[in-house]
Design a protein around this ligand. Structure first.
Ligand SMILES: C[C@](O)(CO)[C@H](O)COP(=O)(O)OP(=O)(O)OC[C@H]1O[C@@H](n2ccc(N)nc2=O)[C@H](O)[C@@H]1O
Ligand SMILES: Nc1ncnc2c1ncn2[C@@H]1O[C@H](COP(=O)(O)OP(=O)(O)OP(=O)(O)O)[C@@H](O)[C@H]1O
Length: 315
């Protein structure tokens, strides 16, 4: 939805929807002096959504609803509020705002839920305050909020380099169907990267991540819309570290394989496990297998790619 300037001038409430993501491949290089790792990753945005509503208000406050809402901070550490404050500073805005987050993406699940809130809040407040900032400005602010935030702003399928924030769109066709095994317990991305460093026993032997053009089977699978080839090409360097921290993740990985998933991988830093299905129907079969085995606290099905953060309503 595109808002005309006239609409925006009188707007008091903007609702934005932003997707979660799965990393189809994630190659991690050696830790740098800032504690970050150079990445080559291919992201796909999937149809599991956060909705953030920004309303004009005298104060700045956050409220949260939806699954696991009690795990989300409502103080100034909330990523959506940090996004609103960063945008206000950048645009010289001195306004209050009430951000309401309706969660659909697992919290601390490796699917970029907090990042989606940050991206959605950036877009919603930008429309509410009519900042006049460019899309490039918003992407730059997004990267300052977190490595995954630029991708969930952009959506679709993209290569991420640098910290994951330097994006190049990937041309592809077709729709892919997923089942996700969600856990009540979360994993912190920083802790999982630290566990990978420990498993590697120091950084001297760790190679830089490969150039994305070397990920030929994955890129060919996306270009052809070939789910079977994509399943065989799924890869995550963080998976052994996530498994070391949470050995019970071996169960959903095995359950998905037994139930005929085309491929199965820990999503980002975990603990969500992503299983690629043959069809929408088969995604429901994989989700049922997760539930029946007791290997997931909750299941989700979704398809991808989907667009990034979008305004869905404005009053
Ligand atoms: C695991 C992924 O989700 C894969 O897309 C991301 O790399 C994590 O993205 P994120 O949660 O947005 O991460 P940030 O908020 O930027 O960083 C959290 C922590 O993860 C680690 N981190 C993150 C990105 C990166 N390229 N190298 C890192 O080592 C750092 O310890 C950092 O302090
Ligand atoms: N709006 C928010 N939604 C969710 N978590 C938030 C939010 N703001 C701050 N947090 C904090 O950030 C932590 C990470 O949550 P998040 O859902 O972003 O993890 P994630 O999906 O694993 O992220 P990623 O995949 O980007 O690593 C949570 O434990 C929570 O304390």
């Amino acid at each position: 939805m595109t808002l005309s300037p006239v609409d925006v001038a009188t707007t008091r409430e903007v609702r934005v929807r932003a997707p979660g993501k799965v990393n189809l491949s994630l190659h991690v290089g050696p830790v740098d002096a800032d504690g970050y790792h150079p990445l080559t990753t291919v992201f796909q945005a999937v149809s599991v959504f956060e909705e953030v509503t920004a309303r004009t208000s005298d104060e700045r406050l956050v409220t949260v609803s939806g699954p696991q809402h009690e795990l989300v901070p409502t103080d100034s550490s909330n990523l959506a509020m940090r996004a609103a404050e960063l945008l206000a500073d950048a645009a010289g805005i001195d306004e209050g705002v009430h951000l309401h987050i309706d969660k659909g993406v697992p919290v601390a699940g490796g699917m970029a839920g907090g990042s989606a809130d940050a991206a959605a809040a950036l877009l919603a407040c930008d429309a509410l305050w009519q900042t006049g900032l460019s899309r490039a400005d918003l992407l730059e602010l997004a990267a300052r909020l977190g490595s995954d935030v630029p991708f969930v702003l952009q959506g679709h399928t993209a290569v991420g380099q640098g910290r994951g924030d330097l994006l190049t769109p990937v041309l592809g066709r077709g729709e892919f169907h997923w089942a996700f095994a969600v856990q009540d317990r979360g994993l912190s991305a920083g802790v999982v990267y630290g566990a990978l460093d420990a498993l590697r026993g120091g950084t001297s032997d760790v190679a830089l991540p490969p150039h994305v053009d070397d990920d030929v089977p994955l890129l060919q699978a996306l270009r052809a819309g070939d789910a079977r080839a994509l399943g065989a090409a799924l890869h995550n360097d963080l998976q052994p570290a996530a498994l070391e921290l949470d050995p019970r993740l071996a169960e959903p990985l095995a359950v998905a394989q037994d139930a005929g998933a085309l491929g199965v991988v820990v999503s980002g830093s975990g603990p969500t496990v992503a299983a690629l299905a043959r069809s929408r129907q088969h995604a429901l079969v994989l989700a049922a297998a997760f539930t029946a085995s007791g290997a997931a606290d909750r299941v989700l099905t979704a398809s991808g790619p989907v667009p990034g953060a979008r305004v869905v309503a404005a009053d």
